[in-house]
Design a protein around this ligand. Structure first.
Ligand code: ADP
Length: 889
């Protein structure tokens, strides 16, 4: 312990340049200069027990450099003691030893006695000079009384400055010192705990704090800080304990503060860094996501672009105001906010709607319009005439509130294409809105924007699509709208079609009025009956009945085939469909009022031809010789069930151009029966169906009218053991069920007259049930026109006589046996004609309707007009009704 060290009166002095060794500190010095080597050798190395030397701080006069090394206690940094001769540049003396330079050195008056803890000797390699490495521990302060040279180094007469143990014990009783030392310890402890967080190896210092006396601690702590030379000197000079503690405390506190400030700064920097790094990372991610979505535009730019679009949309002032309000709302919202996208979609719609954008209506040329209608459609003379009248009125009075045209007829008769021809004749755009199955009023008028997933109605949507405010708008299938709890679409349509109201049509989603008055509406329907009467009232119905086979043939030859070929990139050079084959397509593969299936089948033929033509085209450039080239075609033709191949032999050696020309001219594919079967499959229909189906008693051919036009309807009746019940199947409506009841009653009432039963057993249903079925079972049926057919079926069943297979019938019957007229005569006769039926029994009062039937059909059919059910029976059975004579009907 330093307190117990006995200091000699003289000590060899090792100069410590610009550094201070404080008591308690340990330093490591490398001694290389001659004087210091000598000192170490004589004072430490050669002595048996480890001796003491004095370490005295010196300051260069010029303050150029330091002597020795700055070593922290316990640290082993090695630094050479610089030779004095290096520094003495101004000396005239040739001696380079330290002593001769003493006038250049400011010796400090106080130093610290030090003990060598460790000594090691070494030899510098090339010069052979001896050097020492000394580890010194500072022990206690002394003051220099006198400095004198001993050989090459100095020796000083000294007096001890630090107190002895006894003195210390006494001094420590001083309350001021006690308070000070407590304070110092607290500050030191604080510093240690701060340091502890940073480095875990602080344990040793902590232990020292607990064991060492405070005044020594002060030296040790200060020695470990990097403080200026002056501060170190003043610490060395603080012999008084209180002063020393105060100074040390100041230094420790300063160090603590500087650590804290440094920490704060690091934290701040780190925090900022991590925050900005986080932001950077997120932004990068956002960019990546946007890029992935192909959505690179900035939101701000987007809104600005939207506003520009809105400005150029030409909205009326009241709409513009509303749009502005909504835009302001949008600007305040974040894109992630709920409601942003819905608001945006709404504004996009406002900007997209054709508020003023109209297609320029050219001066209507009626003759050109007529030509156009004629070139697009075969026949339909009356319909075309009515359309021309309509257009003529529009020409004379463009804003006339004429009726809305409504084309009514079975599918595929040209309703849609007529409407689009009207648009073309007027030079307007055409948009079709399908109303089939619309039950919700919101489909027409839109949902209010308060609903999630709300959207505008079909009309506004259609206008957005067509992008002009004056298109021809086709309201397709107006008869297919139904009403339920969600509202009545028909009433919404009323508003649309009413010229008084549609100037300010209010779509719920749009919530601003839109002017529909410039739109030309045309409607289509399959049947008139289901159309709501007020709606029907606003429309002018133009009926388009089905086509006769001859008309279909003409339509197919003149319109459908050229169109289909064109659609498939073909021409008659490649594919020819002879008239006979088209007839077969109509007879065997279709049985419809319109021509849609005919068109579909022709398209199938064209597709098959297209494959072959495409194959051939591939082959031509590849072929080197005629044989190779001919092969694929030959194969293709042969594949058609062995149809004869009509190939022209091309001489070898002609150039490619000629080959392909020759190839083209010979390769027109002519459709034949074999190809029909290959492409379209086996025939679907033939004329024998009716005969086969009525081969058993109880089956009759009826004629009905459906939304697909006229149809042939077989009615089947069967009897079985039972309790006299009537069973009806085939999805029948109330009217048809009642007809069945009437028919049965009539037959039962006339059973005896009809010789169906003897007078004794008058009850026809005694012990049996009757079942009447209307195939096809999945199709709903209703209407009164099956009355006569039902009676005939029942009579046929009871008499076990077959009905004539070539006869079909229609007519409502009364309970008294009168036959009443029915509707759709033309369609029904056409349907019978399609089935190959030659005789049709009709109510007499339908005679007037026969003029509508095309003469070609009428001429090849026998029309039998009847007044009473007995007449029907007379005509329906082979050889007439055999019971008539005896019957008192
Ligand atoms: P609809 O709307 O009545 O169901 P479309 O107008 O769609 O029927 O007609 C079906 C196809 O039949 C269309 O390609 C149409 O051009 C054609 N078509 C119908 N009637 C005729 C006709 N009289 N002349 C020429 N093509 C017709």
């Amino acid at each position: 312990m330093a307190e117990s060290v006995e200091l000699p009166s003289r000590l060899a002095i090792l100069p410590f340049r610009n550094k201070v060794l404080l008591p308690g500190a340990i330093i490591r010095i490398r001694c290389t200069s001659a004087s210091s080597v000598k000192l170490v050798e004589q004072e430490l190395w050669q002595k048996e027990e480890k001796g003491l030397i004095g370490v005295l701080p010196v300051r260069d006069a010029a303050e150029t450099t330091s002597v020795g090394s700055a070593l922290s206690p316990g640290m082993g940094t090695e630094s050479g003691e610089r030779s004095p001769k290096v520094r003495v540049s101004t000396s005239d003396s040739q001696k380079v030893d330290g002593i001769n330079q003493q006038e250049l050195i400011h010796w400090h008056k106080r130093g610290v006695a030090a003990r060598a803890l460790h000594l090691s000797r070494g030899v510098e390699k090339p010069s052979g000079r001896v050097t020492y490495i000394v580890v010194l521990e500072g022990l206690c302060r002394f003051s220099v009384q006198e400095l004198s040279a001993r050989g090459t180094y100095y020796v000083a007469r000294i007096s001890r400055l630090d107190m002895t143990k006894a003195e210390l014990d006494q001094a420590e009783q001083d309350p001021d010192l006690i308070a000070l030392s407590r304070q110092f310890k607290a500050t030191a402890m604080e510093l240690i705990s701060v340091l502890e967080q940073k480095q875990k190896t602080i344990g040793r210092t902590k232990a020292l704090l607990e064991t060492l006396p405070v005044h020594r601690l002060a030296d040790i702590f200060v020695a470990s800080f990097e403080i200026s030379f002056e501060e170190q000197l003043s610490m060395l000079d603080s012999v008084d304990l209180k002063i020393r503690l105060a100074k040390a405390m100041e230094l420790v506190d300063r160090h603590l503060q500087s650590i804290r400030v440094a920490e704060k700064i690091t934290q701040k920097v780190e925090g900022q860094l991590s925050k900005s790094q986080k932001e950077f990372l997120l932004r990068q991610q956002m960019r990546a996501i946007k890029e992935e979505l192909g959505d690179n535009d900035d939101d701000e730019d987007d809104v600005a672009a939207l506003e520009r679009k809105m400005q150029s949309a030409g909205m009326p002032p009241n709409v513009w105001k509303q749009a502005q309000r909504e835009l302001r709302r949008l600007r305040k919202m974040q894109p992630q906010q709920p409601g942003y996208s819905s608001s945006r979609v709404y504004l996009e719609l406002l900007a997209d709607l054709p508020w003023q954008n109209a297609s320029e209506e050219c001066e209507l040329d009626l003759r050109a319009a007529k030509e156009r209608l004629d070139s697009d459609h075969y026949g339909l003379v009356k319909v075309k005439q009515r359309i021309i009248e309509y257009l003529a009125v529009r020409k004379l009075k463009p804003d006339a509130r004429g009726p809305i045209l409504c084309f009514v007829g079975p599918p595929g008769v040209g309703k849609t294409s007529l409407a689009s021809s009207i648009a073309a004749a007027l030079g307007r755009k055409f948009v079709r809105i399908s109303l089939g199955g619309v039950k919700d009023e919101a489909d027409i008028r839109g949902h209010r924007r308060t609903y999630i997933g709300s959207m505008p109605g079909r009309l506004i949507e259609g206008l957005k699509r067509v992008a002009v405010c004056n298109p021809v708008m086709l309201l397709d299938e107006v008869d297919k709208t139904g009403s339920d709890i969600r509202g009545d679409p028909a009433s919404a349509l009323l508003e649309v079609l009413d010229p008084e109201q549609n100037k300010t049509f209010n779509d719920h989603y749009l919530n601003v009025p839109f002017d529909l008055s410039k739109v030309i509406f045309v409607a289509t329907a399959n049947r008139v009956q289901p159309i709501a009467p007020p709606l029907l009232d606003r429309m002018e119905v133009i009926e388009l009945p089905g086509y006769t086979p001859e008309e279909k043939l003409k339509i197919a030859m003149q319109h459908l085939i050229p169109r289909v070929l064109d659609q498939h990139g073909l021409s008659s050079e490649f594919l020819q469909i002879p008239e006979d084959m088209v007839k077969l397509v109509i007879q065997r593969y279709t049985r419809e009022a319109g021509v849609r299936n005919v068109e579909r089948n022709l398209a199938a033929l064209a597709r098959a031809a297209a494959v072959r033509v495409a194959e051939q085209e591939q082959t031509v450039p590849l072929s080197k010789g005629v044989h190779q080239m001919a092969t694929p075609l030959m194969d293709a033709r042969l594949a058609d069930g062995g149809a004869e191949v009509d190939m022209e032999v091309i001489p070898i050696g002609v150039n490619n151009h000629e080959i392909s020309n020759a190839f083209k001219s010979t390769s027109a594919l002519i459709v034949d029966e074999a190809m029909l079967e290959k492409v379209l499959g086996p025939p679907k229909f033939d004329d024998r169906e009716a005969a086969e189906r009525v081969a058993t008693p109880g089956v009759t051919v009826g004629l009905v009218w459906t939304s697909f036009g006229g149809e042939v309807q077989f009615v089947e009746a069967a009897a079985m053991v039972g309790k006299g019940d009537l069973h009806l199947t085939g999805q029948l409506g109330d009217v048809i069920k009642e007809s069945a009841q009437i028919a049965l009653t009539w037959v039962r009432a006339r059973a005896a007259d009809l010789k169906l039963a003897t007078a004794g057993e008058i009850n026809l249903l005694e012990g049996r049930d009757i079942h009447i079925h209307f195939p096809a079972g999945a199709v709903p049926k209703d209407g009164p026109s099956a009355g006569v057919t039902l009676v005939t079926s029942l009579v046929s069943l009871f008499t076990q006589q077959r009905v004539r297979a070539d006869t079909a019938m229609t007519g409502e019957m009364t309970l008294r046996g009168l036959v009443l007229p029915v509707g759709g005569i033309k369609d029904k006769i056409l349907a019978a004609h399609r089935y190959g039926i030659k005789r049709v029994i009709l109510p007499e009062r339908n005679l007037k309707d026969l003029v509508e039937v095309p003469s070609a059909v009428r001429n090849c059919m026998e029309i039998v007009l009847v007044k009473r059910v007995e007449d029907v029976l007379e005509q329906a059975f082979e050889g007439g009704c055999p019971w008539k004579q005896r019957a008192k009907l």
